[in-house]
Design a protein. Structure first.
Length: 177
């Protein structure tokens, strides 16, 4: 699926997208109605289309409603619904989808990694205005009240919550010092 393209080229069969986010193995965007589309390699389900097969053309994300503020990360992708609920999909080996791994029934990659091939709602009662799927194994979002919440891998303190807890699979509000 790899090909070098030195000049811009229209993405084949792409709808008109208002936003785009480029991750490690997946690119996602949304149109004016909030329909989300992803394409590329998809090794761990980060396209959110119900399968781990890649696609050179955009495929609509299997979401029940409109998603905005899409973010494609290295291993996971996320978006925010009009209600403020955050949804993530892809690899969850470090809790970066924001749900307990034991609640997921699918495995991706080496078939031993917890994942979701479709969007799952992030745990908790926080409402988000945007999310950012990290290029590592964590995710952060800005809540509608302006707080920052993060989840996933935190061994090096990347969640910003003042701890080096290995994995936190539910959003934790970051407190500034």
């Amino acid at each position: 699926m790899s090909r070098t393209q030195p000049v811009p080229e229209r993405v084949p069969q792409a709808p008109t997208l208002g936003t785009v986010s480029v991750g490690g193995f997946t690119t996602c965007g949304s149109d004016a109605s909030g329909a989300a589309y992803c394409w590329e390699a998809n090794p761990r389900g980060e396209m959110g289309v119900g399968a781990s097969d890649g696609s050179l053309a955009p495929i609509r994300v299997a979401a029940s409603g409109a998603l905005s503020h899409l973010s494609a990360g290295m291993l996971q992708s996320c978006g925010v619904a009009m209600s403020g609920a955050a949804f993530c999909w892809g690899d969850d080996s470090f809790g970066q989808l924001g749900v307990p791994s034991e609640s997921l029934t699918q495995c991706c990659g080496a078939q031993t990694l917890a994942c979701s091939l479709v969007p799952v709602q992030v745990s908790g009662s926080l409402h988000f205005s945007q999310v950012s799927a990290g290029l590592g194994s964590h995710t952060c979002g800005v809540t509608t009240d302006g707080s920052i919440a993060c989840w996933g891998l935190g061994l090096s303190g990347q969640r910003g919550d003042g701890t080096a807890t290995y994995v936190v699979s539910t959003p934790t509000v970051v407190r500034a010092r």
